[in-house]
Design a protein around this ligand. Structure first.
Ligand SMILES: [Zn+2]
Length: 125
């Protein structure tokens, strides 16, 4: 019995899978947890929640650890997929003016696609 959640896909897939979905599972089992909004703000996960203290603490902890998870792919700081992979470096920094929390791979991809968008806009103008 899920309430209507228009914001339920408002953050990147990495945060959704590792941080938001687990919280929603808890919320589905506890009628005292009301989620107003889920969003990204200055590169940090924001959960707008009205809930008992323990659930508020959980939401706060998830917001805090969001800076260690790539918002797009979910790689966590210091993790590597294979032995010869680089360790994930997750940073919160602007990409063309927008704060994002991303691993080095997604950051490079985001930089590339934003610059392609800007070039396309420039050539249309
Ligand atoms: Zn990533």
């Amino acid at each position: 019995m899920k309430e209507y959640r228009p914001w339920s896909r408002s953050v990147g897939a990495g945060w959704q899978e590792h941080l938001v979905d687990p919280f929603l599972e808890v919320a589905d089992r506890c009628p005292d947890i009301h989620i107003g909004q889920v969003k990204e703000k200055f590169g940090r996960l924001c959960l707008y929640v009205s809930a008992p203290e323990w659930a508020m603490n959980l939401a706060q902890a998830l917001e805090e650890v969001s800076k260690l998870y790539c918002e797009d792919c979910g790689r966590v700081q210091g993790w590597r997929k294979a032995l010869d992979d680089d360790y994930a470096k997750v940073t919160t920094a602007p990409v063309r003016g927008w704060y994002r929390t991303l691993c080095q791979y997604c950051r490079a991809e985001e930089e590339r696609s934003r610059s392609l968008e800007e070039q396309a806009q420039a050539s249309e103008a």
